[in-house]
Design a protein around this ligand. Structure first.
Ligand code: DAH
Length: 348
């Protein structure tokens, strides 16, 4: 073995290496299974005993030298690579950043949340019901039997025969809740949700819209409880100077039935286009739960009484945000949500 020659070769070869790949080849050439240094190492068996020690030391020296050269070169190449990368990736921190567009909550959702929060603070539960509903819940239990003309007002999407439908109102959730409570406990619930009717879409109609249903069942509940509750909701949504009135109406599932009106927040009652010169704006249908409905749903009307109401969520949002077309809510243009400033609600 010419150790000196190999040492020189190691040094000269390593100095010409430029890439990690070449460095790996270099390793294979000397230290691989059949590498030059590995072969010298395995030859130790053939060396006479008295020379073994000196021979072994020389091979070790070669190994150590190789490792030292290899590591130094490896660090050097990795450093060069890193520097190259850093050079290409320099960031000019003085450049202006790209603005990340912020989302806005949907105004319809916002108004629903507002009503939910208020009523939850008054002890109401927020419940959910199916949008694909049975005729029984949507109509029959609510005192609207098959063939009754009251059904005509709600042009319904039937999915299967006359039994399965897309709910035309959120009122079926009243029936579901009462049946669930089995006539045993008082109820305070609201149910915001989607409803469907076979309406032609125009500025004030949409085949899909949202209602917020409310139901309170307890003992000794009267119309004045409804009026008081409505008053709180109206003032919360439209400002503390808002006045409310109940106007007689007709629904199959309430007796008596009323429309809930608020004083026009725009003209303060003096008459304008928004309130059609009446000074009042209707925002919900409501009434005292009809004894038949209580009975149908397992509540004894001689013990229990209650009120119910149904707000049109779009209508509330349209009034509150000054939107004139219901279709606005169902556009996919995100700018829509940015474009509406809420009317200022003054709460003192
Ligand atoms: N479900 C009625 C509708 O869609 C609205 C309504 C009226 C709901 C009176 C009620 C109620 O809970 O008591 O026109």
């Amino acid at each position: 073995m010419n150790q000196k020659e190999i040492l020189e070769k190691l040094e000269s070869e390593v100095s010409s290496i430029q890439k990690i790949g070449e460095l790996n080849d270099f390793k294979v050439k000397y230290m691989g299974k059949k590498g030059i240094i590995s072969e010298l190492n395995s030859k130790i068996r053939e060396i006479p005993n008295e020379e073994k020690k000196a021979y072994g030391e020389k091979v070790n020296e070669l190994k150590n030298k190789f490792n030292e050269l290899f590591e130094t070169k490896k660090n050097e190449l990795e450093m060069a690579l890193l520097n190259e990368k850093l050079k290409n990736e320099t960031i000019d921190i003085s450049l202006p950043s790209t603005r990340i567009p912020m989302g806005n909550p949907n105004i319809l959702e916002k108004i629903i949340e507002e009503v939910e929060e208020l009523l939850m603070s008054m002890g109401y539960d927020v419940v959910d019901g199916p949008e694909i509903e049975e005729d029984r819940f949507n109509f029959e239990l609510l005192n609207i039997p098959k063939g009754h003309p009251a059904r005509d007002a709600q042009d319904t999407f039937y999915l299967k025969d006359e039994e399965i439908l897309l709910r035309s109102q959120t009122s079926p959730v009243q029936a579901r809740t009462m049946l669930e409570k089995k006539g045993l406990e008082p109820i305070r619930m609201i149910c915001p949700g989607k409803t469907y009717r076979r309406d032609d879409d125009d500025a004030t109609h949409s085949h899909q819209f949202m209602q917020i249903e409310g139901l309170l069942v307890d003992k000794d509940i009267s119309l004045s409880d409804l009026k008081g509750t409505f008053d709180i909701i109206a003032k919360h949504l439209f400002g503390s100077s808002t006045e409310t009135r109940l106007r007689p109406s007709y629904y199959q599932f309430t007796e008596p039935s009323v429309e809930l009106d608020i004083s026009c927040f725009k003209c303060k009652g003096s008459g304008c286009a928004l309130c059609k010169n009446t000074g009042w704006i209707t925002v919900a249908g409501a009434g005292m739960v009809h004894p038949n409905v209580l009975r149908n749903c397992g509540y004894d009307p001689s013990i229990w009484s209650g009120f119910a109401f149904g707000f049109g969520a779009e209508r509330l949002a349209m009034l509150k945000y000054g939107i004139s077309d219901i279709r606005t809510f169902y556009l996919t243009d995100l700018r829509v949500n940015k474009g509406f400033d809420r009317i200022e609600v003054q709460n003192d």
